[in-house]
Design a binder for this molecule. Sequence first.
Ligand code: AMP
Length: 186
Amino acid sequence: MRLLFMGPPGVGKGTQAKRIEKHYDIVHLSTGDILRSEMKSKSLVGKQAREYIESGHLVPDSVLLKMMAHRLEQEDCGNGFLLDGFPRTLAQANGLDKILLDLKQTLDFAISLTANEDELVNRLVKRGQDSGRSDDTKEIIQHRQKIYWEQTAPLIDFYKNKNLLKEVDGIGEISEITNRILGVLR
Ligand code: AMP
């Protein structure tokens, strides 16, 4: 199973991705997590990404595409993968198509998790207080929402046109949402 998850920041992509990863025994690739770990290890990618992440901007497409081309060709992705937070721009979506073409693979589904924006901002402010993630402050959260609607939401049509899109209501109990997702993956 090869999947990707889209949805505004705070909609619960990460939480759901971990559950779906287990269900299908596939690799969960969160570009946010990968970039944060690169920052921690002070790698070149980490250094390139830091200022963008901390200000709530998107890291340049070229950095993401190189990083993900390298990651997706690793052996552990052979049984399938779940992309969480990538692609986030049309350039990344086109780049992903090319990466998969080179690997002779295709996507099975693109899941779009939906929710109302006020609910999301409140959830993220709370997550910032609980986890201390440096980009979970109200101002940066609102900026990340804006970027989502401007740059990532167009991908909904991109995947709709490819007949890969499944929209799932992201509000409710965690297990209920997982069941909704599993219900559309067939
Ligand atoms: P996330 O954990 O998915 O909310 O990502 C946190 C931050 O990492 C984002 O606000 C971006 O700065 C950066 N990031 C993660 N994924 C991408 C991507 N696909 N393209 C550009 N920037 C990204």
